[in-house]
Design a protein around this ligand. Structure first.
Ligand SMILES: Nc1ncnc2c1ncn2[C@@H]1O[C@H](COP(=O)(O)OP(=O)(O)O)[C@@H](O)[C@H]1O
Ligand SMILES: [Mg+2]
Length: 244
């Protein structure tokens, strides 16, 4: 099922600290939306609210069946989530980490298909030789790509990627962006992606959300973001754009 998402007046605070003050936007099916914003603005908190890992203080997060516009529950959405810190299991090999969501899925998948799907992703991500290696023995960039593969293994209809390219070299960043683009075309998913790779990420982004001071200060086409006459956009693009 193709799904879309509508977020309205979302508010999240931790004690006195307001992280998200009033956040609203919509995600269409079969689209890539990039969230940008400086460190600590609540980008990861926003993804965790959408994934249901955290609960908002007010406002709504509602999924819809794109075919007929009917509201649906989150458990009907095939959603996957790539965490900013990868969240791989240290006691499992790269192969086992990637395969895990398939093995846990209520849909039965044959052993052969598990092998097939994992091996395809390992190959696409230039990880063929590390299937039997544990995360503790892999580089940060390799673990990032293992986590990325794990997020795609179930052929999700909606994916949350929290900084999938941070710390990768330019060639590997390009591979990740290309795969997001290709898998979007193949599965028809909608992706919400946190990234600091401006402008490279624009090549795959349908929309950009600029999160700042707890609100969405820009939501629209990527190419128009750079020409927003707000001086804080210029400042952000100059200073806050590459690293957390
Ligand atoms: N579980 C939590 N408890 C308290 N504060 C939190 C929690 N998670 C995030 N925060 C705070 O919320 C703010 C936004 O965090 P985060 O979403 O991780 O920022 P970023 O935009 O860099 O991803 C930060 O000040 C962070 O310390
Ligand atoms: Mg974050």
């Amino acid at each position: 099922m193709d799904v879309s998402l509508k977020i309205e007046n979302l508010k999240k605070h931790f004690g006195e600290k307001v992280v998200l003050d009033d956040v609203s936007f919509e995600l269409k099916s079969n689209s890539v939306t990039v969230i940008i914003g400086k460190s600590g603005t609540g980008k990861s908190v926003l993804l965790k609210l959408i994934a249901g890992i955290l609960e908002q203080n007010s406002g709504s997060i509602q999924w819809y069946d794109s075919a007929n516009g009917e509201a649906i529950n989150m458990d009907q959405v095939s959603l996957s989530y790539m965490f900013q810190n990868n969240a791989l299991f240290d006691s499992m090999t790269a192969f086992e980490n990637i395969a895990l969501p398939l093995l846990e899925s209520p849909k039965k998948v044959s052993d052969e298909e598990v092998q097939d799907r994992v091996n395809t992703l390992l190959k696409q991500l230039d990880l063929e030789n590390i299937g039997t290696v544990y995360p503790g023995q892999l580089s940060g960039g390799m673990n990032k790509r293992v986590a990325f593969a794990r997020a795609l293994i179930t052929k999700p209809k909606s994916v949350l990627f929290d900084e999938p390219t941070t710390g990768l070299d330019p060639e590997r960043k390009f591979t990740i962006f290309e795969l997001i683009k290709r898998y979007k075309e193949v599965f028809g998913f909608s992706a919400l992606l946190v990234s600091h790779d401006i402008p490279e990420v624009y090549t795959i982004a349908d929309s950009v959300i600029w999160l700042d001071d707890g609100i969405v200060k820009y939501f629209g086409a990527p190419d128009e973001f750079n020409s927003v006459p707000d001086p804080s956009v210029k400042k952000f693009l100059k200073t806050g754009r590459i690293h957390d």
